[in-house]
Ligand binder design. Structure first.
Ligand code: PLP
Length: 397
């Protein structure tokens, strides 16, 4: 591979396979080894000093950096087309470390009510204890979000599509308002991956991922990553290296392996979810179907503008309410009834009894989460088999 510029021009499928590894592979190995070493030795004290002070590239101690972890970070940096990336033990570590880096006593953060549950806990339980004012707006009410941002904030934190009702935020529009007031715009892009949506190109300053989901893709490793300009990423890295939510090299290896098929998997997730969504819209036992790829979705046009694919997540409600869900879910043959998302295998759950069990029924209904709602993380199985499976399970309702 000739120059850095040549490398940056490559397609995402090529980055997914090669980036981060080609320049690090020792002994003619064809995949990145897991480097378990916690510490790294230097006979030359000047060299050691240069690495320790960041003048020269290298490794000192694996809480800060590690070769296998660095390969994962570089692959993610290349996939996002950004200048820097740093990793974390989980997605929540990426989110909380970023928010704690960017926000201090007296600051204000604006976000939406439908962010991931763990993120909402950081907003409602932890940040206020440190003197941070948190404003959570109605998710798709762009005018209200803009008005709150214009009152002033240091961070505008966004997630789109949201869980479980697949609400969409117009990232370019909101990022512009965020920048008018000098806010750092942070986007959780977990549902999309760099294949389906590029928040940095839409104006965001930092992109966060739970690597536990699509990036890994096999439900067998947890991780997180923050990607953007070095001026921001280095600050978040410093918080993480001191506070210690470091990605383990074994896990980095699993993430590297999962990432190699990211583009292929996402293409299939996109296709399968679109087919299942279209099928469910026509099904007499299904009521509302939430999928941004459907022309009937409230923000379909915004989604079509900012997403290259509509992703593998959808939700739909059964006309019979929770009794129908109780009968439907156990009948599915090709679906794990489990939390999480983004795996090769289909995962289903009932938000009313899982992620939103603590939210009172009236509030859930108002947020578009009826008792009969089923969330589906559509896997990469054969689409005909999935549709036939959903049909036979719906027959039981
Ligand atoms: N962001 C989103 C959108 C998620 O769905 C999740 C987990 O479900 C997270 C962040 C948190 O990730 P993790 O479980 O890896 O900490």
């Amino acid at each position: 591979m000739s120059s850095k510029e040549d490398r940056e021009r490559l397609g995402k499928g090529t980055h997914a396979v090669w980036a981060g590894e080609e320049e690090r592979l020792p002994w003619g190995a064809t995949c990145m080894p897991v480097v378990h070493s916690v510490t790294y030795s230097y006979d030359d004290l000047d060299q050691w000093f240069e690495v320790a002070t960041g003048v020269r590239q290298g490794y000192i101690y694996s809480r800060n950096t590690n070769p296998t972890v660095a390969a994962f970070e570089e692959k993610m940096r290349a996939l996002e087309g950004a200048d820097d990336a740093t990793s974390f033990a989980t997605g929540m570590a990426a989110i909380s470390n970023t928010l704690y880096t960017l926000l201090s006593d007296g600051d204000r953060v604006v976000s939406v009510k439908d962010s991931y549950g763990g993120t909402l806990k950081v907003f409602t339980e932890f940040l206020p204890r440190h003197g941070v004012e948190v404003m959570l707006c109605e998710t798709e009410d762009h005018d209200a979000i803009e008005a709150e941002v214009r009152k002033g904030c240091s961070v505008l934190y966004l997630e789109t599509p949201t869980n479980p009702t697949m609400k969409i935020l117009d990232l370019a529009r909101l990022a512009e308002v965020g920048h008018e007031v000098g806010a750092t715009v942070v986007v959780d892009n977990t549902f999309n991956t760099p294949i389906n949506q590029s928040p940095l190109e839409l104006g965001a300053d930092l992109v966060l991922y739970s690597a536990t989901k699509y990036l890994n893709g096999h439900s067998d490793a947890m991780g997180g990553v923050a990607i953007g300009a070095p001026s921001l990423v280095r600050r978040v890295f410093h918080f993480r290296e001191i506070n210690g939510a470091t990605l383990h090299p074994n896990t980095a290896y699993l993430l590297l392996r999962g990432l190699k098929t990211l583009e292929l998997r996402m293409q299939r997730h996109n296709e399968n979810a679109m087919r299942l969504a279209r099928h469910l819209v026509e099904h007499p036992k299904a009521d509302v179907v939430n999928y941004p790829g459907l022309p009937g979705h409230r923000y379909h046009e915004v989604a079509a503008r900012q997403m290259r694919g509509f992703g593998g997540m959808l939700s739909f409600s059964l006309k019979g309410g929770f009794d129908a869900v109780r009968r439907f879910l156990p009948k599915l043959r090709f679906a794990h009834r489990a939390a999480s998302l983004g795996s090769v295998g289909t995962l289903v759950g009932a938000p009313g009894t899982t992620s939103h069990v603590e939210v009172p029924i009236a509030e859930r209904e108002a947020a578009g989460i009826p008792e009969g709602l089923v969330r589906v993380s559509v896997g990469i199985e054969n689409a005909d088999d999935l549709i036939a499976d959903f049909d036979q399970a719906l027959d039981a309702v």
